[in-house]
Ligand binder design. Structure first.
Ligand SMILES: *[C@@H]1O[C@H](CO)[C@@H](O)[C@H](O)[C@H]1NC(C)=O
Ligand SMILES: *[C@@H]1O[C@H](CO)[C@@H](O)[C@H](O)[C@H]1NC(C)=O
Ligand SMILES: *[C@@H]1O[C@H](CO)[C@@H](O)[C@H](O)[C@H]1NC(C)=O
Length: 282
Protein backbone atom coordinates (compact mmCIF):
# COMPACT_ATOMS: atom_id res chain seq x y z
CA UNK A 1 0.00 0.00 0.00
CA UNK A 2 1.32 3.43 -0.90
CA UNK A 3 2.18 5.49 2.16
CA UNK A 4 0.44 8.83 1.94
CA UNK A 5 2.60 11.79 1.08
CA UNK A 6 1.16 13.68 4.05
CA UNK A 7 2.89 11.25 6.47
CA UNK A 8 6.21 12.23 5.00
CA UNK A 9 5.27 15.90 4.86
CA UNK A 10 4.15 15.92 8.49
CA UNK A 11 7.61 14.75 9.46
CA UNK A 12 9.33 17.20 7.13
CA UNK A 13 7.32 20.18 8.36
CA UNK A 14 9.04 19.91 11.74
CA UNK A 15 12.38 20.20 9.98
CA UNK A 16 11.22 23.08 7.83
CA UNK A 17 10.99 25.18 10.95
CA UNK A 18 14.68 24.68 11.55
CA UNK A 19 15.77 24.36 7.93
CA UNK A 20 14.86 27.14 5.54
CA UNK A 21 16.32 25.11 2.63
CA UNK A 22 13.33 22.80 2.81
CA UNK A 23 13.27 19.21 3.92
CA UNK A 24 13.90 17.55 0.55
CA UNK A 25 17.52 18.59 0.75
CA UNK A 26 17.70 17.99 4.45
CA UNK A 27 20.17 15.29 5.44
CA UNK A 28 18.14 14.49 8.53
CA UNK A 29 14.92 14.15 6.60
CA UNK A 30 16.19 12.17 3.63
CA UNK A 31 16.96 8.75 5.11
CA UNK A 32 13.64 8.54 6.92
CA UNK A 33 11.46 9.68 4.05
CA UNK A 34 13.35 7.44 1.60
CA UNK A 35 13.12 4.40 3.83
CA UNK A 36 9.42 4.86 4.25
CA UNK A 37 8.71 5.28 0.58
CA UNK A 38 10.14 2.16 -1.07
CA UNK A 39 6.79 0.67 -2.01
CA UNK A 40 5.71 -2.85 -2.87
CA UNK A 41 3.08 -2.20 -5.54
CA UNK A 42 2.11 -5.85 -5.93
CA UNK A 43 3.32 -9.21 -4.67
CA UNK A 44 2.36 -12.69 -5.87
CA UNK A 45 3.35 -16.05 -4.50
CA UNK A 46 2.16 -19.57 -5.32
CA UNK A 47 3.12 -23.18 -5.80
CA UNK A 48 2.24 -24.56 -9.23
CA UNK A 49 -0.74 -26.92 -9.25
CA UNK A 50 0.93 -29.73 -11.22
CA UNK A 51 1.83 -32.77 -9.08
CA UNK A 52 5.37 -34.08 -8.54
CA UNK A 53 6.57 -36.17 -11.50
CA UNK A 54 8.62 -39.34 -11.08
CA UNK A 55 11.26 -40.60 -13.53
CA UNK A 56 12.28 -44.26 -13.40
CA UNK A 57 14.35 -44.29 -16.60
CA UNK A 58 17.64 -44.98 -14.78
CA UNK A 59 18.40 -48.32 -13.16
CA UNK A 60 20.74 -46.56 -10.69
CA UNK A 61 18.56 -43.71 -9.38
CA UNK A 62 14.96 -42.63 -9.09
CA UNK A 63 14.45 -38.98 -9.98
CA UNK A 64 11.51 -36.78 -9.12
CA UNK A 65 10.62 -33.19 -9.85
CA UNK A 66 8.34 -31.21 -7.55
CA UNK A 67 6.13 -28.30 -8.66
CA UNK A 68 7.67 -24.81 -8.54
CA UNK A 69 7.31 -22.30 -5.74
CA UNK A 70 7.16 -18.81 -7.27
CA UNK A 71 7.31 -15.30 -5.85
CA UNK A 72 7.30 -12.01 -7.69
CA UNK A 73 6.90 -8.40 -6.69
CA UNK A 74 6.55 -5.05 -8.40
CA UNK A 75 8.48 -2.44 -6.49
CA UNK A 76 8.74 1.34 -6.66
CA UNK A 77 11.93 3.02 -5.51
CA UNK A 78 11.52 6.80 -5.22
CA UNK A 79 14.23 9.20 -6.45
CA UNK A 80 17.54 8.39 -4.79
CA UNK A 81 19.37 11.51 -3.68
CA UNK A 82 23.14 11.27 -3.77
CA UNK A 83 25.35 8.34 -4.72
CA UNK A 84 23.54 5.66 -2.75
CA UNK A 85 23.10 2.23 -4.31
CA UNK A 86 20.10 0.13 -3.30
CA UNK A 87 19.56 -3.49 -4.26
CA UNK A 88 16.05 -4.90 -3.95
CA UNK A 89 15.50 -8.63 -4.24
CA UNK A 90 14.69 -12.02 -2.78
CA UNK A 91 16.52 -13.78 0.05
CA UNK A 92 15.52 -17.30 1.08
CA UNK A 93 16.35 -19.51 4.04
CA UNK A 94 15.43 -23.06 4.97
CA UNK A 95 13.83 -23.40 8.43
CA UNK A 96 13.13 -27.11 8.52
CA UNK A 97 14.27 -30.15 6.58
CA UNK A 98 13.14 -33.76 6.69
CA UNK A 99 14.33 -35.71 3.68
CA UNK A 100 14.19 -39.47 4.26
CA UNK A 101 14.72 -42.31 1.79
CA UNK A 102 13.66 -45.64 3.31
CA UNK A 103 15.21 -48.98 2.35
CA UNK A 104 12.79 -51.39 4.07
CA UNK A 105 14.24 -53.09 7.14
CA UNK A 106 17.81 -52.16 6.12
CA UNK A 107 17.50 -48.54 7.22
CA UNK A 108 17.23 -45.13 5.66
CA UNK A 109 19.37 -42.47 4.07
CA UNK A 110 18.69 -38.88 5.01
CA UNK A 111 19.87 -35.47 3.81
CA UNK A 112 20.45 -33.39 6.92
CA UNK A 113 21.48 -29.90 7.95
CA UNK A 114 23.18 -30.73 11.27
CA UNK A 115 23.07 -27.19 12.80
CA UNK A 116 19.38 -26.86 11.93
CA UNK A 117 18.54 -30.38 13.05
CA UNK A 118 20.19 -29.79 16.44
CA UNK A 119 18.52 -26.34 16.73
CA UNK A 120 21.86 -24.49 16.92
CA UNK A 121 20.45 -22.14 14.28
CA UNK A 122 16.87 -21.33 13.29
CA UNK A 123 17.47 -20.93 9.54
CA UNK A 124 20.16 -21.52 6.94
CA UNK A 125 20.79 -19.45 3.82
CA UNK A 126 19.42 -20.82 0.57
CA UNK A 127 21.50 -18.43 -1.55
CA UNK A 128 22.87 -19.70 -4.87
CA UNK A 129 26.26 -19.80 -3.11
CA UNK A 130 27.74 -16.95 -5.19
CA UNK A 131 25.56 -13.89 -4.64
CA UNK A 132 25.14 -13.92 -0.85
CA UNK A 133 22.77 -12.98 0.65
CA UNK A 134 20.61 -13.09 -2.51
CA UNK A 135 18.82 -16.17 -3.83
CA UNK A 136 20.12 -15.35 -7.31
CA UNK A 137 21.27 -12.39 -9.39
CA UNK A 138 19.27 -12.54 -12.61
CA UNK A 139 15.53 -11.96 -12.15
CA UNK A 140 15.87 -12.13 -8.36
CA UNK A 141 17.40 -8.70 -7.77
CA UNK A 142 17.39 -5.18 -9.16
CA UNK A 143 19.93 -2.49 -8.30
CA UNK A 144 19.17 1.22 -8.37
CA UNK A 145 22.28 3.41 -8.56
CA UNK A 146 21.75 6.98 -7.36
CA UNK A 147 21.35 9.76 -7.95
CA UNK A 148 18.04 9.22 -9.78
CA UNK A 149 15.55 11.97 -10.57
CA UNK A 150 12.43 9.84 -11.05
CA UNK A 151 10.73 6.85 -9.46
CA UNK A 152 12.21 3.50 -10.55
CA UNK A 153 9.68 0.67 -11.02
CA UNK A 154 10.65 -2.95 -11.63
CA UNK A 155 9.66 -6.57 -10.98
CA UNK A 156 11.86 -9.04 -9.11
CA UNK A 157 10.97 -12.73 -9.21
CA UNK A 158 12.28 -16.09 -8.09
CA UNK A 159 11.35 -19.75 -8.22
CA UNK A 160 12.42 -22.95 -6.52
CA UNK A 161 11.73 -26.65 -6.83
CA UNK A 162 13.38 -29.98 -5.97
CA UNK A 163 14.86 -32.26 -8.62
CA UNK A 164 16.94 -34.87 -6.78
CA UNK A 165 18.18 -38.37 -7.55
CA UNK A 166 17.79 -41.16 -5.00
CA UNK A 167 19.69 -44.45 -5.42
CA UNK A 168 17.57 -47.58 -5.83
CA UNK A 169 20.26 -49.43 -3.89
CA UNK A 170 21.47 -48.86 -0.32
CA UNK A 171 23.93 -45.94 -0.59
CA UNK A 172 26.66 -47.59 1.52
CA UNK A 173 26.72 -50.73 -0.63
CA UNK A 174 28.29 -51.27 -4.07
CA UNK A 175 25.16 -52.97 -5.35
CA UNK A 176 22.48 -51.34 -7.49
CA UNK A 177 19.95 -53.95 -6.38
CA UNK A 178 16.72 -52.04 -5.72
CA UNK A 179 15.79 -51.80 -2.04
CA UNK A 180 14.25 -48.31 -1.94
CA UNK A 181 10.75 -48.56 -0.43
CA UNK A 182 9.64 -44.95 0.17
CA UNK A 183 10.66 -41.29 0.08
CA UNK A 184 9.34 -38.74 2.57
CA UNK A 185 10.15 -35.08 2.49
CA UNK A 186 8.91 -32.08 4.44
CA UNK A 187 10.75 -28.77 4.09
CA UNK A 188 9.87 -25.23 5.17
CA UNK A 189 11.29 -21.97 3.92
CA UNK A 190 11.04 -18.26 4.61
CA UNK A 191 11.50 -15.93 1.65
CA UNK A 192 12.03 -12.21 2.17
CA UNK A 193 11.75 -9.30 -0.24
CA UNK A 194 14.51 -7.01 0.95
CA UNK A 195 16.01 -3.60 0.13
CA UNK A 196 19.70 -3.36 0.98
CA UNK A 197 21.86 -0.25 0.93
CA UNK A 198 25.15 -1.39 -0.61
CA UNK A 199 27.27 1.17 1.23
CA UNK A 200 25.86 0.87 4.74
CA UNK A 201 24.29 -2.61 4.64
CA UNK A 202 21.10 -1.04 5.98
CA UNK A 203 18.47 -3.74 5.41
CA UNK A 204 14.73 -3.23 5.07
CA UNK A 205 12.34 -6.17 4.93
CA UNK A 206 9.53 -5.27 2.52
CA UNK A 207 7.64 -8.57 2.48
CA UNK A 208 7.87 -12.00 4.12
CA UNK A 209 6.59 -15.25 2.57
CA UNK A 210 6.47 -18.69 4.18
CA UNK A 211 6.14 -21.89 2.22
CA UNK A 212 6.40 -25.62 2.63
CA UNK A 213 6.89 -28.60 0.32
CA UNK A 214 5.73 -32.04 1.38
CA UNK A 215 6.24 -35.26 -0.49
CA UNK A 216 5.54 -38.95 -0.06
CA UNK A 217 6.43 -41.53 -2.69
CA UNK A 218 5.69 -45.24 -2.13
CA UNK A 219 7.95 -47.70 -3.93
CA UNK A 220 7.71 -51.43 -4.54
CA UNK A 221 11.33 -52.42 -5.33
CA UNK A 222 10.22 -55.90 -6.39
CA UNK A 223 8.44 -54.55 -9.44
CA UNK A 224 10.13 -53.93 -12.81
CA UNK A 225 11.82 -50.60 -13.48
CA UNK A 226 9.22 -48.08 -14.65
CA UNK A 227 6.44 -49.55 -12.49
CA UNK A 228 7.84 -49.20 -8.99
CA UNK A 229 6.97 -45.74 -7.68
CA UNK A 230 3.63 -44.16 -6.83
CA UNK A 231 3.01 -40.62 -5.58
CA UNK A 232 1.14 -41.26 -2.31
CA UNK A 233 0.50 -37.74 -1.04
CA UNK A 234 -0.09 -34.87 -0.99
CA UNK A 235 -2.00 -34.41 -4.24
CA UNK A 236 -1.69 -30.62 -3.90
CA UNK A 237 0.83 -28.56 -1.95
CA UNK A 238 -0.19 -25.99 0.66
CA UNK A 239 -0.11 -22.53 -0.87
CA UNK A 240 2.52 -20.06 0.39
CA UNK A 241 1.53 -17.45 2.94
CA UNK A 242 2.36 -13.79 2.51
CA UNK A 243 2.67 -12.74 6.14
CA UNK A 244 0.71 -9.72 7.38
CA UNK A 245 3.71 -8.71 9.52
CA UNK A 246 7.28 -8.95 8.36
CA UNK A 247 9.76 -11.17 10.12
CA UNK A 248 13.35 -10.21 10.82
CA UNK A 249 16.03 -12.13 8.95
CA UNK A 250 18.15 -14.39 11.16
CA UNK A 251 21.92 -13.82 10.76
CA UNK A 252 22.51 -17.29 9.28
CA UNK A 253 20.09 -16.56 6.44
CA UNK A 254 22.46 -13.84 5.14
CA UNK A 255 25.86 -15.57 5.16
CA UNK A 256 27.80 -18.71 4.21
CA UNK A 257 27.34 -21.62 4.31
CA UNK A 258 24.19 -22.16 2.28
CA UNK A 259 21.99 -25.23 2.62
CA UNK A 260 23.55 -26.88 -0.42
CA UNK A 261 27.06 -26.71 1.00
CA UNK A 262 26.07 -27.57 4.57
CA UNK A 263 23.94 -30.62 3.85
CA UNK A 264 25.15 -34.10 4.74
CA UNK A 265 23.91 -37.45 3.44
CA UNK A 266 23.66 -39.90 6.33
CA UNK A 267 23.03 -43.62 6.27
CA UNK A 268 20.98 -44.55 9.32
CA UNK A 269 20.79 -48.34 9.49
CA UNK A 270 18.01 -50.11 11.45
CA UNK A 271 20.78 -51.79 13.41
CA UNK A 272 24.13 -50.15 14.13
CA UNK A 273 25.69 -46.71 14.04
CA UNK A 274 24.87 -43.98 11.50
CA UNK A 275 27.45 -43.38 8.75
CA UNK A 276 28.26 -40.16 6.85
CA UNK A 277 27.92 -40.99 3.13
CA UNK A 278 28.48 -37.48 1.73
CA UNK A 279 30.11 -34.93 4.07
CA UNK A 280 29.38 -31.17 3.91
CA UNK A 281 31.10 -29.27 1.08
CA UNK A 282 32.44 -26.38 3.13
C1 LIG B 1 0.50 -11.02 -10.15
O1 LIG B 1 -0.47 -11.86 -10.71
C2 LIG B 1 -1.37 -11.19 -11.58
C3 LIG B 1 -2.44 -12.20 -11.99
O2 LIG B 1 -1.85 -13.34 -12.54
C4 LIG B 1 -0.62 -10.62 -12.78
O3 LIG B 1 -1.49 -9.93 -13.65
C5 LIG B 1 0.45 -9.66 -12.26
O4 LIG B 1 1.24 -9.18 -13.34
C6 LIG B 1 1.35 -10.36 -11.24
N1 LIG B 1 2.27 -9.41 -10.65
C7 LIG B 1 3.54 -9.65 -10.45
C8 LIG B 1 4.33 -8.59 -9.77
O5 LIG B 1 4.06 -10.70 -10.76
C1 LIG C 1 25.75 -12.63 -11.35
O1 LIG C 1 26.84 -13.10 -10.58
C2 LIG C 1 27.87 -13.66 -11.36
C3 LIG C 1 28.87 -14.26 -10.43
O2 LIG C 1 29.24 -13.35 -9.41
C4 LIG C 1 28.45 -12.58 -12.27
O3 LIG C 1 29.46 -13.12 -13.06
C5 LIG C 1 27.34 -12.00 -13.13
O4 LIG C 1 27.83 -10.93 -13.88
C6 LIG C 1 26.18 -11.53 -12.30
N1 LIG C 1 25.07 -11.16 -13.15
C7 LIG C 1 24.36 -10.06 -12.97
C8 LIG C 1 23.22 -9.87 -13.91
O5 LIG C 1 24.60 -9.28 -12.08
C1 LIG D 1 28.54 -5.02 4.48
O1 LIG D 1 28.48 -6.43 4.43
C2 LIG D 1 29.56 -7.00 3.72
C3 LIG D 1 29.30 -8.49 3.60
O2 LIG D 1 28.94 -9.06 4.83
C4 LIG D 1 30.87 -6.69 4.44
O3 LIG D 1 31.96 -7.22 3.72
C5 LIG D 1 31.01 -5.18 4.56
O4 LIG D 1 32.17 -4.86 5.30
C6 LIG D 1 29.79 -4.54 5.20
N1 LIG D 1 29.89 -3.10 5.13
C7 LIG D 1 29.58 -2.30 6.15
C8 LIG D 1 29.70 -0.83 5.90
O5 LIG D 1 29.21 -2.74 7.25
Amino acid sequence: MRRSLSDTLAFCRILLIVNAMGCIQSIRCKPRSFRESIIVLEVNSSIDSNPTTIDESSNVVLRYRTPHFRASARVLVPPVAGKETWTVGWIQACNHMEFYNNYGNRGMSSWELPDLREHHIQAISDSDGVNYPWYGNTTETCTVVGPTKKDTKFTVSMNDNFYPSVTWGVPVSDSNLPHLTSIRRDQSFTTWLVALNQATNETMVLQTVRWRMQLHIDIDPERPLGQRARLAEPTAQEQPQILPRNEIIPANAMVKPNANDAQVLMWRPKVGEPVVVIPPKY
